[in-house]
Design a protein around this ligand. Structure first.
Ligand SMILES: C[S@@+](CC[C@H](N)C(=O)[O-])C[C@H]1O[C@@H](n2cnc3c(N)ncnc32)[C@H](O)[C@@H]1O
Length: 384
């Protein structure tokens, strides 16, 4: 059984983009599964296929050789092996072990938290292979527990149930992980995403190079950037709209012996407006919002929202102040992100220097021909 795609679908695959939309599938099996993909040009590769999904074809090999399941499991094995050295060096750390398309294992996310794994499966073609995936994971990475946290809304589009269930060992509710010179507690069961935002790990550690009087961490989640900043800034304010995240942020501050963080449960837009009104100033501000653009349709509205928070933050920084600002929405491309920042600087009447352009950590690999894998933009800016 094979999946036959149109010439438009084949053109995408020839450019090494792994997705073919349902409208470009000419014929295929009735059941989701792993199949070779063909076009009038011959065999194009091996793919996860779900006839009921908008993205019907997700290629994991652009070669026509091998049995699909074995090739996919080998891709998984290779992804895990690329992380082994980092885990050996910091077994109590947090790392992304599998970054879906970026690791040629489409629709699979697997994160490591100090010996505990959390995975998310996002394809009806992959779900039945869960036992085989777990077997490979166990053979490569020492894990005390593994949780399937399959709550992503996109699962409904695949016809999959939303559920959380242990796959290995008794899964603890929370786990303490180490990140550079700090520790923080991850809520595996109840936290956002798989429990933490590992993609910003290296950016958080990077900010430990700075010191000053006051720092502001907006969209702080469980205190992530604030904990690092509190080592070198006299007073840090952490803002988030989630009471549960801030509760853990407080506990995380305690676990690190830090008493110089103030926690504010607030809507970031209102908070920044209020800070501007009272002419507050900070030496360093972090902006790490959720993805404002969930789809292409949202870009205009999202652009305005990103611009608003960045413009306000720029007004709260004195000359010499630093703005560390991010967008995790892949719909907002890197050029658009920097255009938005330039407009914000212009509207705020500030001259702004780009100190460093950064992105997601090394364990969230990017495929050059798959822009969707390069989603996190992180700019370190200095107000002149
Ligand atoms: C990308 S996460 C931040 C991750 C965090 N900076 C870290 O490094 O772990 C976005 C955070 O924004 C919070 N959030 C979402 N909308 C918000 C709003 N309007 N105002 C304040 N916080 C918001 C969420 O609760 C979440 O913690």
């Amino acid at each position: 059984m094979r999946v036959r795609v149109s010439s438009k679908g084949a053109t995408r695959l020839l450019a090494h983009h792994p997705w073919v939309y349902r409208s470009d599938v000419l014929e295929g099996p009735d059941q989701p599964g792993l199949y070779p993909v063909v076009s009038s040009r011959g065999v194009m590769g091996l793919a996860l296929y779900n006839p009921n999904s908008e993205i019907s074809v997700r290629v994991f090999s652009f070669k026509d050789a091998g049995r699909p399941q074995e090739v996919l499991l080998e891709n998984l094995r290779q992804a895990l092996r690329r992380r082994k050295e980092a885990i050996a060096q910091e077994p109590q750390g947090a790392f992304r072990l599998v970054h879906a398309e970026g690791d040629l294992v489409p629709a699979l996310i697997l994160d490591y938290y100090a010996g505990h794994g959390v995975m998310q499966v996002g394809s009806a073609a992959l779900e039945p292979l869960t036992p085989e995936l777990v077997q490979v994971i166990r053979a490569e990475i020492p894990l005390q527990s593994l949780l399937a946290k399959n709550e992503q809304k996109t699962r409904s589009l695949e016809g999959l149930p939303l559920e959380v269930k242990p796959l290995l060992g008794p899964v603890p509710d929370t786990v303490m992980v180490r990140e550079g010179s700090i520790v923080y507690r991850v809520d595996l069961m109840g936290g956002q995403k798989t429990g933490a935002f590992i993609d910003q790990r290296d950016n958080r550690i990077r900010l430990q190079a700075y010191r000053g009087e006051t720092a502001l961490d907006v969209f702080s989640y469980h205190g992530s950037f604030a904990l690092h900043l509190a080592r070198n800034f006299k007073q840090v304010t952490a803002v988030d709209s989630s009471a549960a995240a801030l509760q853990r942020a407080g506990e995380n501050a305690q676990a690190n012996g830090l008493s110089n963080i103030t926690f504010r449960e607030a809507n970031a837009f209102e908070f920044l407006r209020e800070e501007e009104r009272r002419k507050a100033q900070y030496d360093l501000i972090v902006l790490d919002p959720p993805a404002f653009a969930k789809g292409r349709r949202d870009i205009e509205r999202a652009y305005a929202a990103y611009k608003e928070i960045n413009l306000r933050a720029m007004k709260l920084l004195p000359s010499g102040g630093l703005l560390a600002t991010a967008s995790c929405s892949h719909h907002l491309s890197e050029p658009l992100f920097y255009q938005m920042l330039a407009e914000a600087a212009s509207d705020a009447h500030r001259t702004v220097r780009v100190v460093e352009k950064r992105g997601q950590g090394w364990d969230h690999p990017v495929l050059l021909n798959v822009p969707e894998t390069q989603y996190l933009k992180f700019a370190l800016l200095e107000i002149l």
